[in-house]
Ligand binder design. Structure first.
Ligand SMILES: Cc1cc2nc3c(=O)[nH]c(=O)nc-3n(C[C@H](O)[C@H](O)[C@H](O)COP(=O)(O)OP(=O)(O)OC[C@H]3O[C@@H](n4cnc5c(N)ncnc54)[C@H](O)[C@@H]3O)c2cc1C
Length: 381
């Protein structure tokens, strides 16, 4: 039988993982990535839970552990900047590994690059399905025909827009924004700690990275209606206004964000769809089911890629059954995490001063309690 030709849109996390598994199952795979190379934000992401056995089967875990960030603890600060609790981050196989998104993306790409075709600096502009295949038009390359297409092109998926409809139909605005900006090593006081500072509606954190520390801002803001995610000046104004009057190191970190030429900034959405496939086109990763930064998005991208490839291999020539099997199995991982987003947000970014105080009180008490149980923990401040 002629191998089926699959186009994967996006070489972030889900895309190269799927390319690896599909080529192992005998598919001919092409990955098209809009960016000209794999350089991307150093935002820290995890490979944990259902992604660990998949990465192990790919022989990747030792490499990923070697790329882990230095963060081994979390320190919590009062609004006035005083540290009140410190706890070790979980370790061991179940805890997985935290690393920069760019490192994970590159490591996955390395596993797939020899057997799949990668096209950088291009994007899809049109997809037309007929009973036998999908005719795909690109921004730069000549049109090509594929048996199947998988959109692994992230939260703002073009594949989803072209085949399923506009983003507004599937994305719920969480009323929050996330931003990061790189920091020089000397800006980090605690080289192994993720330091979290809360004021009402705002989280400000310093993450040590591996050798690329960054400041992370997550804040409740005005509705993202009409928000243009390419308007950097407006993003800088939004963030500056949101953190005005915040103490601790906010003025200095906001200034770094304001003066950086291309900091990372996005509105936070939750993507939910009634179905992840339409005909010969399926969605994977954040494109299908984004949990923003609150629920193992990168781990779900890796695990989902494995499940989708497995389902396609189990149902040769029957993409409809394969896509249905993938969706049934993988929703068992994504749906519970989507439901957990509201309580996670409430705990991570309390809306009011009273909420921050109550959360700090509960967190401090929980940490003291777990210290009595001899978990690796130390209270500070
Ligand atoms: C600040 C921040 C912190 C996070 N922290 C965590 C964390 O701690 N743990 C966790 O599990 N997750 C975290 N996440 C979420 C995680 O990054 C995503 O869930 C994960 O990257 C999703 O992988 P993906 O492959 O689906 O999409 P992405 O990683 O977004 O990759 C999509 C790829 O598609 C490409 N692309 C987009 N449009 C097109 C197009 N039209 N044509 C071709 N290519 C295109 C993009 O350039 C990109 O390379 C965080 C996210 C952010 C923003």
């Amino acid at each position: 039988m002629t191998p089926q030709k699959v186009l994967i849109v996006g070489a972030g996390v889900a895309g190269p993982a799927l390319a690896y598994w599909l080529t192992r199952h005998g598919f001919r795979t092409t990955v098209v990535e809009r960016a000209s190379d794999l350089r991307s934000s150093g935002n820290p992401i995890d490979v944990k839970g259902p992604a660990v056995p998949v990465a192990e089967r790919m022989g990747l875990m030792p490499k990923l552990r070697g790329l882990a960030t230095r963060a081994t603890a979390i320190t919590l600060l009062h609004p006035d900047g005083r540290a009140f609790a410190r706890t070790a981050l979980p370790t061991g196989d179940a805890a997985g590994v935290e690393l920069a998104r760019s490192d994970l993306s590159s490591a996955l790409y390395e596993t797939a690059r020899d057997d799949a075709e990668f096209v950088f600096g291009d994007s899809v502009t049109r997809m037309h399905q007929d009973p036998d295949g999908v005719e795909v038009t690109f921004g730069r390359s000549a049109p090509r025909r594929f048996d199947l297409v998988v959109g692994a092109d992230g939260m703002h998926s073009t594949t989803r827009r072209l085949v399923f409809g506009p983003e507004t139909e599937f994305a719920t605005d969480l009323g929050m924004y996330v931003a990061t900006v790189p920091l020089p090593p000397e800006a980090v006081d605690l080289p192994h700690d993720m330091v979290l500072h809360n004021t009402p509606g705002r989280l400000l954190a310093i993450h040590p990275g591996r050798d690329n520390p960054l400041a992370l801002f997550v804040f409740r803001g005005p509705s993202a209606d009409g928000y243009d995610r390419h308007d950097t000046d407006r993003q800088k104004r939004l963030l500056t206004e949101a953190y005005a009057g915040v103490g601790w190191r906010a003025p200095e970190l906001v200034e770094r964000f304001r003066t950086h030429p291309a900091p990372f900034f996005d509105a936070l959405n939750r993507v939910r769809m009634a179905s992840w496939s339409r005909g010969r086109v399926a969605l994977l990763g954040d494109a299908a089911s984004s949990v923003a930064l609150f629920g193992d998005g990168s781990s779900l991208a890796v695990a989902g890629a494995y499940t989708l490839a497995q389902a396609l291999a189990e149902h040769p020539g029957d993409h409809a059954r394969a896509f249905a099997a993938y969706e049934t199995r993988h929703r068992r991982e994504t749906d519970p995490r989507q439901r957990r987003i509201p309580p996670i947000i409430a705990a991570l970014i309390p809306r009011t001063g009273r909420g921050v105080a109550a959360r700090n009180c509960t967190a401090g008490a929980a940490l003291r309690l777990s210290r009595r149980r001899l978990t690796p923990l130390a209270a500070v401040g």
